[in-house]
Design a protein around this ligand. Structure first.
Ligand code: ZN
Length: 155
């Protein structure tokens, strides 16, 4: 499964931005101290944060190669991912994940693939929900960083 948590997802195409091909501008949206790496990612993934345990790309953020790094979409997605990355850097108890679990603020949630979907169990209700759901506390916290109302509910 790999590192799926922390991806800002475009639920629907935002103004066709994902389809536009733009010239490669390395690190043009860089945030001090954390490298932004342009990368081939699935079409519905705008950006994803790489945890301190991610090996050579630890503490970086991947940005979909097809997204203009200077677009509002990219800027908001990077702000969202920065919240995840900052949480992961604070401690594994603040935010960390494996193929089988997600830990947030000291509580660990089981995780598994169900019918090809990356699912996490709400330990309060026993209900399984998609990893990318904005119902999760860690996603709510990251979404608070997004200020553009047009993008707020899209990633
Ligand atoms: Zn997220």
């Amino acid at each position: 499964m790999g590192f799926k948590l922390g991806r800002a997802r475009a639920v629907t195409a935002v103004g066709g931005v994902l389809k536009s091909k733009l010239s490669f501008q390395k690190h043009s949206s860089s945030i001090p101290g954390n490298a932004i790496i342009r990368k081939n990612l699935p079409d519905n993934i705008i950006a994803e944060a790489n945890s301190p345990a991610h090996g050579k790309d630890a503490n970086t953020i991947y940005l979909n190669k097809n997204v203009d790094p200077n677009s509002d979409l990219a800027k908001e997605a990077l702000k969202h991912e920065m919240v995840h990355l900052t949480a992961m850097k604070i401690s594994p108890g603040k935010l960390s994940y494996t193929d089988d679990s997600v830990t947030y603020e000291g509580r660990t949630y089981p995780r598994k693939d169900i019918n090809g979907q990356d699912m996490i169990m709400d330990i309060n209700t026993g209900e399984w929900k998609e990893a990318g759901s904005s119902d999760w506390k860690w996603e709510k916290d990251a979404n608070e960083a997004i200020t553009n109302p047009k993008i707020k509910n899209k990633i």
